[in-house]
Design a protein around this ligand. Structure first.
Ligand SMILES: [Zn+2]
Length: 201
């Protein structure tokens, strides 16, 4: 128990830092204190999403198990969608997740020392892929198509963030027509509430 108490808020008035309290429904049962659940959730989210905004009232059932495209929205909007999905669905299902840029994917695929990362990108339950403006690289299309195709065969969803939009010429110029066609064919675009507000969720 002393090990467990390291992670929790020692000032918590409910559990006095133990992380556990008696269940409200059944006082003879011990359950996790809210402070401990919060600590675990923050650890699960990781530094990238811990401090993002999120939408606790959003219905995310339509996002479960699908390859999704978030385009023409900024990073904060994408992070908000990811955090909302992680907390409302993935956390409870103990799904692993990872965020990578297209450049990191290509680096992992090309370098011998990237083998471990490549395996992790294939195996992780949820992959959040940032396809923003990167230095041009002819390997984007084959590497990303191979990775996402492999993930699809194992029912592992990928979300793509394309801030510039995939119909933009800059996207085709960087990522190639083949990859654009692949995304158009296999990904569902999450509709924007209002393009002028660039709000996805
Ligand atoms: Zn507590």
């Amino acid at each position: 128990m002393t090990q467990l108490s390291v992670d929790v808020d020692n000032a918590c008035p409910d559990c006095q830092g133990t992380g556990y309290v008696a269940s409200a429904e059944n006082p003879s049962k011990v359950v996790k204190c809210a402070c401990r659940v919060k600590t675990e959730a923050l650890s699960y989210l990781g530094a990238l999403y811990a401090h993002s905004e999120w939408a606790p009232d959003r219905d995310v059932t339509s996002w479960v198990g699908r390859d999704l495209l978030f385009q023409k929205c900024d990073e904060a909007t994408f992070c908000r969608a990811v955090k909302t999905f992680l907390l409302l669905h993935a956390f409870g299902h103990r799904l692993s997740h990872r965020t990578a840029t297209s450049r990191e994917v290509v680096a992992a695929f090309m370098a011998p020392e990237g083998r471990e990362l490549e395996e992790a990108l294939r195996a992780v339950d949820l992959l959040f892929l940032i396809c923003d403006k990167q230095p041009r690289n002819s390997q984007y299309s084959p590497a990303l198509t191979s990775l996402i195709g492999d993930r699809r065969r194992h029912q592992r969803p990928t979300w793509i963030h394309a801030p510039q939009g995939i119909s933009d010429e800059s996207f085709a110029a960087l990522y190639g027509d083949d990859f654009r066609h692949f995304v158009q064919t296999h990904f569902s675009a999450v509709p924007l509430k209002s393009p002028s507000q660039s709000t996805c969720v």
